[in-house]
Design a protein around this ligand. Structure first.
Ligand code: FEO
Length: 393
């Protein structure tokens, strides 16, 4: 897509990357992604907000054709998918200065080559005039790096929110999100995988943004939000809301015994009135479980024992869950073993960062028998009772 107008004097000039498959060599991108850069033409000065991933630099320069002068490059975030083309943009526009925080300058100089004389430092809350438009800088640390900054233009009621509110969704010709459900589904996965880890410290930014009059949110990935309240409300729920009456039940089974336990437990939990999302971890990607992680009040992990340890699929999933820090309140482990129950009984130790109450594990020697089913019945009842006591059921 080529340069597109958002408001008078405000243009999207970024790049689409529909065929990118993975982000951070980890997150699948079923709809690709975009690197959003924005050109702001004030009556006196011109600013470029962020750049693009170096792989798509040619697209950025094509969108800047005919732009004779850029006075400022706003660096809202130093991660290379937004900052990677800054040296080349500085080369093309020799008078341009980078507007950013001191912290941003330090981080940017760690990542790309930029000399000291190309910076004009700003502070949190400071404003820089472009004539008829004003750039106001809001330091929003930990969405999802320490220097992350948003830029607000009060005259246009426009917020350039950096990675916050983003979605990995290459939008083709549809620059605006409208109420496209796929955008909000992708935004939720993006939140889970990128923002949720820091939600406890970054949730306060929602209050700061609530003080602004915002008509449009221009995020750094995915479509522009022309109905900003929708994504603001969703973030409020994801970050601040109570978890839902939902159990995420993810398992891996080598010879079927753990699968029998998983399917039995899922049915029993549902019979107790708790919704269940059941996932077989083999071949599953992070995207498949991330939305449920945002909502689930209980996380249940099932594994076989292989190589005298939990199955690597379960270990990997436990690691990701622990790092993403969902707001679940309860967790449990179950599974089948051949001769060593130890790894299953100690599986809770794989979730050291979660502030959850660990429920009694259920382990079965080989094929599950009456005793194991009885314990699974009890686990289902316990989960429902915990949800009820927490006011979720
Ligand atoms: Fe889209 Fe944190 O970079």
């Amino acid at each position: 897509m080529s340069k597109r107008a958002i408001k008078e004097g405000v243009f999207w000039v970024g790049a689409l990357h529909p065929d990118r498959k993975l982000f951070d060599a980890l997150m699948p991108l079923p709809y690709g992604t975009t690197y959003n850069a924005y050109l702001i033409e004030g009556s006196e000065k011109t600013a470029l907000i962020d750049t693009v991933d170096p792989d798509k630099m040619d697209d950025l320069f094509r969108n800047l054709e005919g732009v004779e002068k850029i006075d400022y490059i706003v660096c809202n975030h130093t991660e290379q998918d937004h900052s990677g083309a800054i040296p080349e943009v500085l080369g093309k526009y020799p008078d341009a200065k980078i507007l950013c925080l001191q912290k941003t300058k330090e981080m940017l100089q760690d990542l790309v080559t930029v000399s000291d004389d190309r910076f004009q430092l700003v502070k949190d809350g400071e404003e820089v005039s472009l004539g008829n438009k004003t750039l106001r800088f809001l330091h929003l640390p930990w969405v999802h790096w320490p220097e992350t900054t948003a830029t607000y233009i009060p005259e246009d009621k426009l917020l350039f929110s950096c990675d916050l509110f983003g979605s990995h969704y290459s939008f083709g010709d549809e620059l605006f999100a409208g109420d496209n459900p796929v955008v909000y589904k992708e935004a939720k996965e993006y939140y889970a995988e990128i923002m949720m880890l820091y939600a406890k410290v970054s949730v306060r930014h929602l209050d700061r943004l609530a003080e602004l009059d915002i008509e449009t949110i221009c995020t750094s990935h995915g479509p522009v939000y022309d109905q900003p309240q929708k994504i603001l409300d969703l973030y409020d729920d994801w970050m601040r809301g109570e978890p839902k009456n939902l159990a995420l039940l993810a398992f891996v089974s080598t010879h079927g015994s753990t699968r029998i336990m998983a399917e039995y437990l899922a049915e029993k939990i549902e019979k107790q009135g708790v919704a269940v999302k059941l996932f077989d971890l083999v071949g599953l990607s992070l995207n498949d479980i991330s939305s449920s992680l945002v909502d689930a009040a209980t996380i249940v992990l099932g594994s076989s024992v292989v190589m005298a340890a939990l199955h690597p699929c379960a270990v990997n999933t436990a690691f990701l869950i622990d790092r993403l820090k969902p707001k679940a309140k309860f967790a449990a482990v179950f599974g089948s073993y051949g001769w060593s129950p130890g790894p299953l009984k100690k599986a809770g130790e794989l979730l050291p960062s979660l502030k959850v109450e660990l429920l009694e594990p259920v382990v079965a020697k080989g094929h599950p028998k009456a005793e194991a089913f009885k314990e699974l019945d009890a686990l289902a009842k316990t989960i429902a009772a915990k949800h009820r006591a927490a006011g979720l059921l």
